[in-house]
Write a protein that binds this ligand. Sequence first.
Ligand code: SAH
Length: 224
Amino acid sequence: MDRLRVEGVGMTSQRTRNRLIQRLADEGISDARVLEVMANTPRHLFIEEALAIRAYEDTALPIGFGQTISQPYIVARMTELLIQRAKRLDKVLEVGTGSGYQTAILAPLVEKLYSVERIEPLLLKARKLLGELGLRSVEFRLSDGSLGWAEEAPFDAILSAAAPATIPAELKSQLAPDGVLVIPVGSDIQHLTVVTREGDSDKFTVERVEPVRFVPLVAGVVRQ
Ligand code: SAH
């Protein structure tokens, strides 16, 4: 892709990006690996051009189909929780590719990333952009992520960018020993939640981290 487009200018420049990173650090994001990938990832390419000047505000923005690109703070927080809590990061599943921004942040930090999205046009756009940005360690699939990705399970970690009312049993069952699921849970009031499989048992610990606002996890797929 055109180097100048990736680098950005003015409100999409590296300087503006660095200000966002400083803000995330001030808000308590402390993992240097997360801050570094976020500093290097051109969020303005993941949203439509008319909104690009707002790309480095710490806010969610519309990406069409009633969906949003997640707020940078929440992307950073979920990524930090996932990489710090998981014992291994060989196989990781992401539910809700959306714009592909969270995918681009997570991919360099794990060995192999699997990403599922239920809305085909979003999936196709994200896949194309990540290819152009040279991220090759990601496999995409159009499917209902509440069912996980059985053929590739178990996963060392799972991250969901959409909120179910209750924790989906399939996602828990697809966790590897000591595997970690980072997911917003709830309908009206949602909490970012970390579910951890205890060793290789069928017992799980559930920890509520902080209140959040996500789009709902919806069943079924939408084709182009
Ligand atoms: N991390 C993404 C967030 C997109 S919003 C980003 O920053 O762009 C959440 C996404 O989850 C939406 O694209 C929505 O279509 C998707 N989604 C909702 N329910 C889903 C399901 N059951 N399976 C897969 N994707 C789902």
